[in-house]
Design a protein around this ligand. Structure first.
Ligand code: IFM
Length: 504
């Protein structure tokens, strides 16, 4: 995408929205910066999640999670992978902290296991699991690493899903159960942890967990997925109240999977398609969280989908009076999980499916990760500028950004993942450009510290700064980790791919 088309897309979005929190506009074509220098208090971190790295699924009285159940479905996970061992981090967490120290990071985003702490979903919290995370938090703080804790990174207690296709986020009461859990964790750790991320990727939970059935709990029901998505957001609002009660100074946010939606062409139909897709993927979550209420255009879309599907209910049946106020009651920062963009065109006349757009790109010979995702750092720059403009200038934390590159250790024992180095460098420069344009970006958490369990894709895709040999659990810092170490140490992202010294 050229700067000119980015500016056009950005302008289109602004012109179409009626909910913009600020009238200030910035012209992305005017950004020029050769110096990617970050402020001294910038959070340099890496991210993981409990189910993806921990293993030890029954340790310390851990309860069964929806993922423990889902991985048993034949064919649910590529290669038959499960979270039984993963990176063995529930036992090897001290080694993981050593990795963070070796990379020189000052922050670490990880999640507490929901089903470990609330084994039966509700009621008494499991003290042994809280002790475990308390030890981890204290050890991080001791070495000067700030913990950013995610509360729901998808390992809901299976006790909250009483039967296939029932319960979970389909059930309004799950939002209260989640707030109980948030209260239990922050009751123990709220005096020491400054950043809380309630939900990880509400859209992905709704899409993969309830619309397409590709993630736990494996529900495949478009109409009811909208109900689930609403309850995830309601859960954020209720949890935020519980966190604030225990930790008044806490910074509370949500990690949103944000995919900039850009039109395939300049024609009006494609621009409308991109805006519609943006509502479905991004604004449906951002707007209510930022106290703007659900966007009217996407709500109309869902009304049409629900009516057309014969669901027998409309949005007013589950978005109850007062819900939007709860959802929008607290958002101190926006967590940005950015991987790639969506190129959208108007759906072909007569095309099957409920949505009036089609994701048609990227087209042609664009740079891609080993998973085929387009590498598009400029879209991150534009996204950050837009978030700053449209959502009240809130602080933005890049809570995830990363890529699948399959590099393995070579004869010299090192992992020369030079494409990940280039990926990190280009995305950091994009962030710096957004900051130069005024966006308040306060941190960058690379996904991920470790190669780990990539959900339905199992252990094949490798996202880590650290290579994990799953048979032995052995960790090897990749070249990208050494590069990132230089960045964190100097607070500067170089313009060119570096000739980095790997002394380690
Ligand atoms: O591994 C996931 C993570 O759990 C949520 N965000 C996207 C990552 C890569 O797919």
């Amino acid at each position: 995408m050229t700067a000119a088309t980015a500016a056009t897309a950005s302008a289109t979005m602004t012109a179409s929205t009626t909910t913009s929190a600020t009238t200030e506009r910035r012209n992305v074509t005017e950004i020029h910066t050769d110096q990617a220098v970050f402020p001294p208090d910038f959070l340099w971190g890496a991210a993981t999640s409990a189910y993806q790295i921990e293993g030890s699924r029954t340790a310390d009285g851990t309860g069964e999670s929806v993922w423990d159940v889902f991985v048993r479905r034949p064919g649910a996970v590529e290669g038959g992978g499960t979270g039984a061992i993963a990176c063995d981090s529930y036992r090897r967490w001290r080694e993981d902290i050593d990795l963070l120290r070796m990379i020189g990071l000052n922050s670490y985003r990880f999640s507490t296991g929901w089903s470990r702490i609330m084994p039966t979903g509700r009621g008494r919290a499991n003290a042994a699991a809280l002790d475990h995370y308390e030890r981890q938090v204290d050890a991080l703080l001791e070495v000067g690493i700030k913990p950013l804790i995610t509360l729901n990174h998808w390992d809901m207690p299976s006790a909250l899903t009483p039967a296939p296709g029932r319960g979970g986020w389909l059930d309004r009461a799950t939002a209260s159960a989640f707030a109980e859990y948030a209260g239990a964790v922050t009751g123990r750790l709220g005096d020491r942890v400054g950043h809380w991320i309630t939900q990880c990727e509400p859209w992905i939970i709704q899409l993969l967990g309830y619309q397409l059935g590709l993630h736990a709990p494996g529900v495949k029901d478009l109409a009811r997925s909208v109900v689930a998505g609403h309850h995830v957001l309601l859960g954020h609002g209720l949890a935020a109240q519980a966190i604030a009660a225990n930790s008044p100074a806490a910074q509370i946010g949500v990690a949103l999977s944000l995919f900039p939606c850009v039109p395939d062409s300049d024609c009006e139909a494609d621009r409308q398609a991109a805006w519609g897709s943006d509502g479905y993927v991004n604004r449906w979550y951002l707007d209510p969280l930022a106290a703007l209420g659900y966007p009217a255009d996407t709500r109309r879309l869902w009304e049409g989908v629900l009516a057309g599907s014969g669901a027998g209910f409309g949005t007013e049946d589950f978005i109850l009076p007062g819900d939007e106020a709860v959802i929008g009651s607290r958002l101190d920062f926006i967590g940005v999980n950015y991987y790639t963009r969506r190129v959208c065109a108007a759906a072909a006349p007569g095309a099957a499916g409920p949505f009036p757009w089609a994701v048609v790109g990227p087209r042609g010979d664009v740079p891609r990760t080993d998973e085929g995702w387009e590498i598009a750092p400029d879209a991150l720059r534009d996204l950050l500028i837009r978030l700053d403009r449209d959502y009240g200038g809130r602080p933005l934390v890049v809570t995830e950004n990363g890529a699948v590159f399959g590099d393995a250790p070579t004869h010299d024992g090192r992992v020369h993942d030079v494409r990940r180095v280039a990926f990190i460098r280009s995305h950091l420069r994009a962030i710096a450009q957004a900051m130069a344009a005024g966006a308040r970006v306060t941190g960058y958490m690379h996904w991920s510290l470790l190669d780990n369990f990539e959900w339905a894709l199992g252990y094949r895709p490798r996202f880590g700064l650290t290579h994990v040999d799953y048979a032995s659990g052995r960790r090897t810092l990749k070249d990208s980790a050494w590069f990132y170490r230089q960045v964190a140490a100097t607070g500067t992202a170089p313009k060119e791919d570096p000739d980095y010294g790997f002394d380690g």
